[in-house]
Design a protein around this ligand. Sequence first.
Ligand code: ZN
Ligand code: ZN
Ligand code: ZN
Ligand code: ZN
Length: 362
Amino acid sequence: MDSYIRETPETLRNKCAACFRQFNKLEHLVEHMRTSYHSVHEPACGICRKHCRSFESLREHLIGPLPKQECRNIFSTRGCRFCLAIFDSPYALRIHQDRCQLSGLNGSGVLGRLSNLGIRDNLAMDYSGRSTRGGAGPQVVALACKMVGGGSDGSLDICARVCLIDEFENIIFHSYVKPPIPVTNYRYETTGIRPEYLRDAMPVRQVQKKIQDFLCNGEPMWKIRPRSGGKARILVGHGLDHDLDRLQLEYPSVMIRDTAKYPPLMKTSKLSNSLKYLTQAYLGYDIQSGIQDPYEDCVATMRLYMRMRSQNHRVEDYPLASDPQNRNNFASWRQTELERMTPEQMLEISRSDYYCWCLDSN
Ligand SMILES: [Zn+2]
Ligand SMILES: [Zn+2]
Ligand SMILES: [Zn+2]
Ligand SMILES: [Zn+2]
């Protein structure tokens, strides 16, 4: 916590302009700025403007268990508990929250109907130009799998079902997958999968090729680069390394947006949150109860991605600490020059060490 150092004029001058930590010595603040990569992309309190490393730490700051009292009091009357934004009045908050809390697809019958789908294959469909930005930015698709068990104890994950959706939550591909090795546990209570569903299903090799071709969209894998204006699609998912591995699918990491690895969505301990938790906390509805359809996971990850992409952050020419133009801004400045700067000036030259998804919309 920040309050263990007494606020003397000295420590106030050595106070980080982003996270408000105070240091006894200016050189310690400089050292802190070198290593913390504060930026405009960090989640920030709408009241005191404190930067947090993740939405989870912002949630702790606003709600608890150890909230900052002034911020907590305002947040409790006009703060949105899903996106953590602050509104001008309780009325404005109510209007907002109706839109911010999304409804699950459970109970609406959509999922019930989907579960009976054998295969839906629109991969060959013409998806060109179907983007929210009129085809200007890359298209975005979300992928999710459901696994059954293999190996002697049934603990080895084997992909048995896969779903791919577009940014409007339309199904592009939805299919059972014929496993390459024997299934020893169908995990029926959560997958709802029976042996006969997989017997004549599409072999994993074929699924892999279809999805890979769709993602690359005619662009050779080696040519795919970030923000190059190419045709390859952005792939959204939760824990995609595992899904892609089970599908034997390779895709360049620069095109992957993983809700399990995105720093603002991670726990304060830097571990991943479950998709079930993220959906409950940020979208306000329940998933993965009873028999699970990968479509439901696709929708949840796509909605989380869209929410993160729509964050309104200041546009900078070179937003990343790793951009060659900034290549560690702090290293290129001499210690004495940094020590002459105000905390605000140091924050001004500090850049993010992760790719903020708001950059996808620029
Ligand atoms: Zn700081
Ligand atoms: Zn951002
Ligand atoms: Zn605050
Ligand atoms: Zn909200």
